[in-house]
Ligand binder design. Structure first.
Ligand code: ACM
Length: 630
């Protein structure tokens, strides 16, 4: 303990600013780190020393080193190459670690196995990218820089959400998602298990939830254009996790120090449940089926409130709804050891509740003055059910509507407003604002990415601070990235959307705010592209693509502007339909596009080499994005 405190003081006084510049390339940036002058080379025979309680981690390290270095790895306490120790230290907490690399080898110390695990994640990032591959790289120079690191997370909740309803992802896919998360010290996997387009968790007492609710008509193509299936169309697309599958994934996550938060999204987003049990809606005679696409919703709806053309909400006035939800939670709760169950609560369209005489009777009976209070009534009933199973409730920020009580925690997605309001009421909060952390939004030039309803550049994501001023910071549990999968049918495409923006969220979630530095971060990100390549992780290189904006001048001419998201890019373009190279016109300042131009092509270059995508931007898109008059 004394040793840590001494190092802490010394490092923090003399080194913080130098350290960022020196760069060990670690993401998320450690709490404190210093790079030494020497390097350590892994010997021919690697020995690992670990306390018995850390055997599983030592085994993981051994397997990875054998697989990638091809060296002999054994376990030995004498002069170990890698020494893992459990210590007692009051600085680094439950997840922190101390790491030293010197002439003797690699020493990782922590209070817990989680800390040792995170120390190992950092060690891998100090090694060549081949450490992430699945094959032996005999020609790699297995060296790492001498260094000294004291590390611990800013937040205890470092989450990533995967929506498995809009598209189903196999158990193996989910494990890949978790593997990718833990390299960057994420520790919460939020599993969005139910939605309008599929119910994905086996509930033995309610078999129709999966025999009917997990299946829909197969559709390929763009989500936004998907046609509503005919009722008698075969329901061949879908899938679900058996309770054994769930246990396997939860154990897999636990072995990697990840807690799993299940989400059962009610009372809205419940079309799949209603396809199985239509009597739970206010329109029980409607011929329900699990939807493909979401044509039936108007998300902006009336006065900005979601409106459902087909009722996809549970009926809050029907006692059978609460009986069913009690059965669901009775089976869900024991499968997930974590303290919270997420009940959704978002985007519940109330237009069908408004029309229901039963809901009106409920309002009268319970003294509920509007639909917000009806939502609050439902949420309180849900909270009781979840609490009765020994769990705490979490929900999207809409659970605040009409009042929230008890130990419910709020996940703020419609910006940070809900998070602030919840914290002011004393509720715990996880920040996952769409403006920063929705990593399903397209991440580069709109015409060069898969179409989503909104875009989000990594620079914006990186700029987020989860602790707003004026609230009790201890109520902010942490930060989370959300991956919705309307347009993502494979885990490869999920990875493309996750990375590299997931690196930005990881750094915001783990690193001290004052250690965040965009320019340094982007340099590190480029190093991690090599790691993604070695690990076969698909990722986006959109940071190299020009940010192209337009404005109309007073003459109605289109003025085109290009900016770089990262440093040292040069943009070469053509407006005559020809392919650009670095002898084409180079962008230097905003210019008026001649009126006959129909297409602008842009290629980024760095150090004389093309980098990123060739952008082909039609004039209509450039006109659409012109908003302001100069
Ligand atoms: C959400 O994005 N509807 C939580």
């Amino acid at each position: 303990m004394k040793w840590t405190k001494f190092l802490l003081t010394t490092l923090s006084i003399c080194c913080i600013n130098v350290l960022i510049a020196q760069g060990l390339g670690i993401i998320p940036e450690p709490y404190l780190s210093t790079k030494g002058n020497g390097v350590y080379t892994l010997p021919k025979t690697i020995s690992i020393s670990a306390p018995t309680s850390a055997n599983a981690i030592a085994e993981t390290i051994s397997n990875q080193l054998k697989l990638t270095t091809g060296k002999t790895v054994n376990f030995s306490k004498t002069e170990p190459t890698i020494e893992l120790s459990i210590i007692k230290d009051d600085v680094i907490g439950d997840e922190g670690y101390l790491l030293n690399v010197n002439d003797k080898g690699i020493q990782v110390k922590a209070n817990t196995n989680a800390g040792l695990f995170y120390g190992w994640q950092t060690v891998q990032q100090l090694l060549p990218a081949a450490i992430y591959s699945k094959t032996v790289s005999k020609n790699t120079n297995w060296q790492l820089s001498h260094c000294s690191i004291i590390d611990k997370p800013r937040f205890g909740w470092r989450g990533m959400m995967l929506d498995v309803s809009r598209h189903f992802f196999s158990k193996a896919d989910v494990k890949v998602f978790i593997d990718d998360m833990v390299r960057y010290k994420y520790n919460r996997f939020h599993w969005h298990l139910t939605d309008d387009q599929g119910w994905r968790i086996e509930i033995k007492s309610l078999p129709r939830l999966t025999s009917v609710g997990a299946w829909r008509a197969e559709r390929k193509g763009k989500w936004m254009n998907i046609t509503t299936p005919a009722l008698d169309e075969p329901k061949t697309y879908g899938g679900f996790y058996t309770q054994e599958d769930i246990k396997e994934v939860v154990a897999y996550a636990k072995a990697r120090f990840v807690e799993v938060i299940p989400e059962i999204d009610v009372p809205g987003h419940s079309m799949a449940m209603l396809a199985a049990y239509p009597n739970l809606s206010t329109t029980p005679n409607y011929p329900y089926q699990v939807n493909a696409g979401d044509e039936f919703m108007d998300w902006e709806g009336l006065n900005g409130h979601a409106t459902a053309r087909i009722d996809n909400s549970l009926d809050p006035s029907n006692e059978e709804v609460y009986t069913v939800l009690d059965k669901v939670m009775a089976e869900v709760a024991p499968l997930f050891p974590f303290e919270y169950i997420h009940m959704g609560g978002d985007e519940n369209a109330k237009n069908n509740w408004e029309k229901s005489s039963n809901v009106q009777a409920l309002m009268k009976r319970e003294g509920l003055k509007d639909q917000m209070e009806v939502q609050s009534y439902f949420v309180r009933r849900m909270q009781k059910i979840i609490n009765s199973k020994g769990k705490k409730m979490m929900g999207w920020n809409e659970i605040l509507q009409g009042g929230l009580s008890g130990d419910a925690a709020v996940m703020s997605w419609q910006g940070i407003k809900g998070g602030i309001e919840a914290a002011k009421q004393g509720h715990k909060v996880v920040m996952s604002p769409n403006d920063y952390n929705y990593i399903d939004y397209y991440q580069g030039e709109i015409t060069a990415e898969g179409k989503v309803y909104r875009g989000l550049r990594m620079k914006t994501t990186y700029g987020f601070d989860p602790v707003p001023s004026g609230i009790d910071a201890t109520l902010i549990l942490g930060n989370q990235a959300n991956q919705w999968t309307e347009q993502l049918q494979t885990i490869r495409n999920v990875q493309y959307m996750n990375w590299p923006r997931g690196l930005a969220v990881a750094e915001t979630s783990w690193s001290p705010n004052e250690k965040k530095d965009w320019n340094n971060f982007t340099k590190k990100v480029e190093k991690h592209f090599d790691y993604f390549d070695a690990a076969n992780v698909k990722y986006a290189k959109s940071i190299y693509d020009a940010i192209v904006t337009t404005e109309l001048n007073t003459k109605g001419e289109l003025i085109l502007k290009m900016e770089g998201e990262v440093d040292n890019l040069r943009f070469y373009y053509t407006i005559d339909d020809q392919m650009p190279d670095n002898f084409s016109d180079e962008y230097t300042k905003p210019f008026v596009l001649p009126s006959d131009v129909t297409l602008v092509r842009i290629q980024s270059y760095r150090d004389g080499k093309p980098i990123g995508k060739l952008l082909n931007i039609p004039i209509e898109s450039l006109r659409n994005r012109a908003k302001k008059v100069l």
